[in-house]
Design a protein around this ligand. Structure first.
Ligand SMILES: NC(=O)c1ccc[n+]([C@@H]2O[C@H](COP(=O)([O-])OP(=O)(O)OC[C@H]3O[C@@H](n4cnc5c(N)ncnc54)[C@H](OP(=O)(O)O)[C@@H]3O)[C@@H](O)[C@H]2O)c1
Length: 292
């Protein structure tokens, strides 16, 4: 398939590019920067900016057989809705896939419940406040003959990147590993290569109107991730809890809330229905095994 990919230069997009290409698909990257990037292995490159939906008009040409939208939200619901319209409308009536990237933060704190599945109601924390509306807007395209699909990744790790890399940097600069929020906080996590394989499965075979949690491990204690991050940074020892006010000063209040969010989220549905097989090392093992 010829796949238009937004966010292709990013952390997840770089890995998704590799997996799509290895599976025989052609990646048409939509980038803000017009500078050619031949090393990335894209089939073609288009220039566009998701903060300016008008710049996306004409990006989805008739030869585009799928769209994966990985570029992050702009912070403005109207702009993001217009982006969905610009990218999905040309696919109407074709049955071609449009895969939107959301995230598990739309579920909010999952509390003492067992792992939460895709059927759970959304309860977004502020940093992703209007994202469920965008998910809904995407899924509505199923009624218009688009194979509209939403993927909600957990906290992504692997290839030395993602939020766990922030914990490594902080441990290094603070001289001690640290975590945020309550002692028992847990994160649903996913390896970036496993997640890329979920995007591949979604684009190849997910049904119209479906939502999938991209989660390899449902609830990893953040204290253990922090401990491993400390070892990577060469500052072994017990992670210390950083008080909420201080976390907000460092990361801003919205991201601070997200880091302190306790969740247990199931990625079982994609394993069963899409034959997704996440098999990379878990988050703690990956931190300890060398990509960080
Ligand atoms: N990382 C995680 O743990 C995680 C978890 C759940 C969900 N997500 C979601 O996954 C998506 C990708 O995340 P990521 O971690 O890969 O982010 P990232 O590394 O920051 O990459 C963002 C990508 O989007 C592009 N981009 C940013 N603003 C753009 C704009 N205005 N117009 C066009 N392209 C733009 C960037 O291109 P440039 O090269 O031009 O900067 C880059 O390719 C986001 O929607 C994020 O919310 C991430």
């Amino acid at each position: 398939m010829k796949v238009l990919l937004t966010g292709a230069t990013g952390y997840i997009g770089s890995a998704v590019t590799e997996h799509l290409t290895a599976a025989g698909h052609q990646v048409v990257a939509l980038t803000r920067n017009s500078e050619p990037q031949p090393a990335r292995g894209w089939h073609a490159q288009l220039v566009g900016d998701t903060s300016d939906p008008a710049s996306l008009a004409g990006a989805v040409t008739p030869d585009i057989e799928a769209v994966i939208h990985l570029a992050p939200p702009s912070g403005d619901a109207e702009v993001d809705t217009a982006v969905i319209e610009a990218l999905a409308t040309p696919l109407r009536g074709t049955g071609r896939p449009f895969v939107y990237t959301s995230g598990v933060w739309v579920l909010g704190a999952t509390g003492a419940a067992q792992e939460v599945g895709e059927e759970a109601p959304t309860n977004p924390i502020d940093i992703v406040g209007y994202r469920p509306l965008i998910e809904r807007r995407v899924l509505d395209e199923a009624a218009e003959g688009v194979r509209a699909v939403v993927v909600r990744p957990g906290i992504v790790y692997g290839r030395g990147g993602g939020i766990p890399a922030i914990l490594v940097d902080r441990a290094r600069t603070q001289g001690a590993p640290e975590y945020y929020g309550e002692e028992g906080v847990r994160w649903p996590t996913v390896h970036v290569d496993d997640l890329s394989e979920l995007f591949l499965a979604a684009v190849e075979r997910a049904e119209a109107g479906s939502v999938w949690h991209g989660v390899g491990e449902s609830a990893v204690p953040v204290r253990e991730i922090a401990r491993a991050a400390g070892r990577v940074a060469g500052v072994a020892g017990d992670p210390k809890a950083v008080p909420a006010a201080q976390v907000a000063e460092v990361f801003g209040p919205l991201f601070a809330d997200a880091l302190a969010l306790d969740q247990s989220v199931s990625g079982a549905a994609a394993r069963t229905a899409l034959d997704w097989k996440p098999n990379r090392p878990g988050a703690v093992a990956e931190l300890e095994s060398g990509s960080y």
